[in-house]
Structure formats: C-alpha cells, structure tokens
Ligand binder design. Structure first.
Ligand code: FRU
Length: 493
C-alpha cells in the first residue's frame, strides 16, 4: 500500500502542471519550467506524436549555472508536461546546448539491444576554466533508453568531437540524404564562424568546411540551426538551405538576437545567396533567441521551430518566480520569394482555438478576456496607413504596437508596460522596416507575460516579454485607419 501511494505521488510530481493562478507571470500556453532557471531550448525532436523539448536548466536555482538538460513533452505544442532531468551535469562538465536525431538504422550502435532505432542527443560538454585546467568545449552523445525517450545514457567514450577549443558549441546534427551521412554544424563562437563536419555513425567526425564571418558579428556566434526549405512561389522543386545564427550581443534591437543566411549546400560547403555584408534578422523584438527546429519532424512546406523568449542583457533579472525563463510560441517557418529576395516568414502554431469572435470595438476600445491567452488578427481594409494599437490594464499600464506609415515601420513599445525598471536595458521600443510588397495583416499572440507580433503576413516578427502589474483588460485603437479595420480575437486558453 505504501508503495502504491509513493508511486502515485512521484507520478504527480513528474506530470505537475504549470500553475498560472498562483505564479503571477506564469505563461498559459508557452513552455516554462516548473521552477528555476532555463535558457536555450535544445535537442528538439518529434516522435510517436510527441514533441520533445529539452532545455538549458539549472535544477538548483533561478540563475544560470549547473547546466543540465531539463525535459518536457507536448502533443499539441500548447500543453507541456515536464519530466525528470534528461542530462544532469557531470562533476567538471556542464551540459550545453545541442540537437537530437532519430538514428533510424542504429548507425551509432548506441540504441538499446533489440531496438531498430532510437533518438540520440548531441550536446556540448562545457568544462569551465579552473585551476590547473583550461576552459574546453567538445561534442558528445547520449542515447534514449526507452520508447518514450524519457531516459538517456551518455556514451561512455564521449567526447566524439574534441579539437581542444575553448569556444566550440551547440552542435546541430541531421541526416543529409543526398550525401548519405550525418552532418554537424558547430559554432566557433569567438571567430564568428560555424564549422561543418560529416560522419557515418555519429561517433567519428571529419571536418568539411567553415562559413563566416558574414552578416552581423556580435561578440560570439552560437546556437546554429541549419535546414532545407522549399521556396514558396519559386520554380517547382526549388529549395534553399537556411543557416540561422544567434549572437550574444549587437542585435539590431539591442542585446542578444538572431540572424539568418539563405544559400546552397552541396554536402560539404554552404554558399551564401547574399553578399557577406547583408544581414537578415530572424526577429526584430528583444526576446527571441536560440530558435531551433524539431528533428525528425514530418515534412511540410515549412519547419517547426521554438526559441528561448529572453535576452542575455537582462535574463537574470526578470521578475518571475518560482521559474525564470520561458520559450516562444512554436512557429511554422517557411521560405518565400519576395521583391527583395528570399525571406523567412513565420506563423504561430496555436492548434484549435477555444473560442473565436469578432472583437467588438466601440469608441476605439474593445474588452479583452483578462488573463487569457489570445490570438489577435488584425486586417486593415486599406494597407499602408498608420495603425496604433495599445493593450491596457487597470493600473493604466500599456503595451503599444502597430505600424508607423511615415517611417514605414512596424513597432512594439513596452516602455510603459508595467515592471520595466529591474534592469536598465529592458524598457524598449523596437522597430522593423515593412518589406516591399508584403501584406499589411498582423497576428498577435498575447500571453500572461509576452506579446509576439507576426506582422506583414509573417515576414516581420517582434517578440517581447512584458511584466504588467495586472492582466491586460482592454485593447485600444488610434490612428487614421482605426475605422477600417477587421479584428478577430481568438481565445486560445
Ligand atoms: C546560448 C548559449 C549557448 C550555450 C548555452 C549555455 O544562449 O550561450 O551557446 O550552449 O547558452 O547555457
């Protein structure tokens, strides 16, 4: 009997849900750990109807340290179940960011006996500098032990790729069908480069090439992501490779952020479509970093990705408890032909809505269901006019966003949005130019402590954390086009 009770208790702990009613800033539809710190998502993979997300996690505190891989799964990308730590830190090595593959034919020989294939996690081992030993980063493997991918065993001959480097991290690994082998992309962070490697068995790696510096070079390059996408609106069968890179600082909107390159990959080398000084930004807000794609996801016209919704400039100070850090809404990212060239377009993945209605606006105001997670669709009847929208709460705090026709830019302004003073770098107004020929529509995902704007038909995204002292209750409209707007509001949860 005692055994049965204990078992029940541990299952409850394992599947404990996040609690928006007691944790003021707990998101309703975004993943956040039950408690303590998270930064990057890592090792994303899809298997048996489940989306696995691992995350950079400090199991002991709400600040960075003791980096381990936490683990959560979801079937609908809105409800998450947290599981025990998948990769705990080793005595002198922390578990840094990486990726996951499904080793279908057990090329690694690491899948448990009797299994045809299994998920393999590829992570960076980070050995901090200490007396008598240098800082060191290398790449490592861990194989899933069970069908549901809940338990992992680190490979006993780790590391599998070690060049005695101090800045060598965040491996992205995938199966490259054309050359019939595994490819790894790793950042040489301080050199603003990534390295490409190949392997037949995930255990022995040969260097192929390097790419960079190009585009924007913050103090480091990290969290590379690399995948092929069909060109929407291009010739039949036309594809391009996308190389996405995080930069710890110097993002166009301030602090950490991400850029991407479009180009070709011949199995050895990546060739940029654009001149080396051209920078394409992945998101124009303050809080989208280290966005990674699920491995083993079913093919579609786009790719599903998820980022850390935060910024290294102030991540350690954000006023949430008992957790610190959350992920962006998962996004479907596709590649489209535009007047300016090939560009990414993003759409939030929100599943089936709980309820949807036309937003009733009178005298420029509409009531919002307080505390709910919302999907707001805004379609101006005629495009190109100034559009100013504002979320407001009972404390008179506001989050302003929209389109400025004079400057031809989209904007997101959180300077009056509630708690902003916890770090001088947090209060901000971010802007993004309107891409030539793009639609004027806008979709906005609003959760307890974030606003994610998908403007210009998804070609512009602005992702921002917000910490209002009370929930948003009203949306207000201003500007010349306020009368000619269609607004739809969907309650997601
Ligand atoms: C990016 C990053 C990665 C590293 C991890 C450590 O946010 O710096 O490069 O692997 O965080 O937590």
């Amino acid at each position: 009997m005692r055994f049965a009770v204990l078992l029940l208790l541990s299952t409850l702990t394992l599947h404990a849900q996040q609690n928006p009613s007691t944790d003021k800033y707990r998101p309703r539809i975004h993943f956040s750990p039950l408690k303590n710190w998270t930064n990057d998502p890592c090792g994303l993979y899809f298997l048996n109807g489940q989306y696995h997300v691992f995350f950079q996690h400090n199991p002991y505190a709400d600040t960075w340290g003791h980096m381990s891989w936490g683990h959560a799964t979801s079937r609908d990308l809105l409800h998450w179940t947290e599981h025990p730590i998948a990769l705990p830190e080793d005595p002198t090595v922390m578990m840094f960011t990486g990726s996951a593959v499904y080793d279908q034919h057990n090329t690694s020989g690491l899948c448990p006996a009797g299994k045809a294939g299994c998920p393999i996690l590829i992570y960076t081992g980070h050995q901090p500098k200490a007396e008598g030993r240098p800082r060191r980063e290398h790449q490592n493997l861990a194989a899933a032990l069970d069908r549901d991918g809940l338990r992992y065993r680190k490979y006993e001959r780790n590391p599998v790729l070690d060049e005695n480097r101090e800045e060598f991290r965040d491996p992205k690994v995938f199966w490259h069908t054309a050359s019939n082998r595994w490819i790894m992309v790793v950042s040489l962070a301080d050199q603003h480069k990534v390295g490409f490697y190949a392997s037949a068995d995930l255990k022995s790696w040969t260097k192929l090439s390097e790419f960079g510096p190009a585009g924007s070079s913050g103090p480091n390059w990290e969290c590379p992501e690399f995948f092929e996408l069909p060109v929407q609106g291009g010739a039949n069968g036309d594809t391009r490779w996308i190389l996405k890179i995080g930069m710890g600082d110097n993002h166009v909107s301030g602090g950490s952020g991400e850029q991407y390159f479009t180009g070709r990959f011949d199995g050895t080398r990546f060739t940029n479509d654009n001149p080396p000084d051209k920078t394409l930004w992945f998101d124009f807000g303050r809080d989208c970093y280290c966005a990674l794609a699920w491995g083993n996801q079913p093919p579609s016209k786009g790719i599903r990705m998820l980022g850390w919704m935060n910024n290294w400039s102030y991540a350690k100070d954000i006023p949430t408890a008992p957790f610190r850090g959350q992920m962006t809404i998962p996004r479907e990212v596709s590649l489209i032909q535009t007047r300016d060239g090939l560009r990414l377009s993003q759409a939030p993945l929100l599943g089936k809505p709980a309820a949807s209605r036309k937003l009733a606006i009178s005298e420029g105001r509409g009531a919002l269901p307080a505390g709910a997670a919302l999907d707001l669709s805004v379609s101006p009847k005629s495009g190109g006019q100034t559009l100013q929208l504002q979320l407001r709460n009972a404390a008179n705090e506001t989050f302003a966003f929209g389109y400025d026709a004079e400057k031809q830019e989209w904007f997101a302004d959180r300077r009056q949005s509630g708690q902003v003073a916890f770090n001088p770098k947090f209060a901000s107004r971010s802007t993004a130019p309107h891409p030539a020929g793009a639609p004027w529509s806008m979709r906005v995902v609003i959760d307890t402590s974030s606003v994610e704007i998908f403007a210009a038909g998804g070609q512009v995204t602005l992702t921002d954390l917000v910490f209002p002292n009370q929930p948003w209750t009203t949306i207000e409209l201003a500007g010349p086009s306020a009368a000619g707007l269609d607004m739809q509001i969907t309650r997601i949860q």
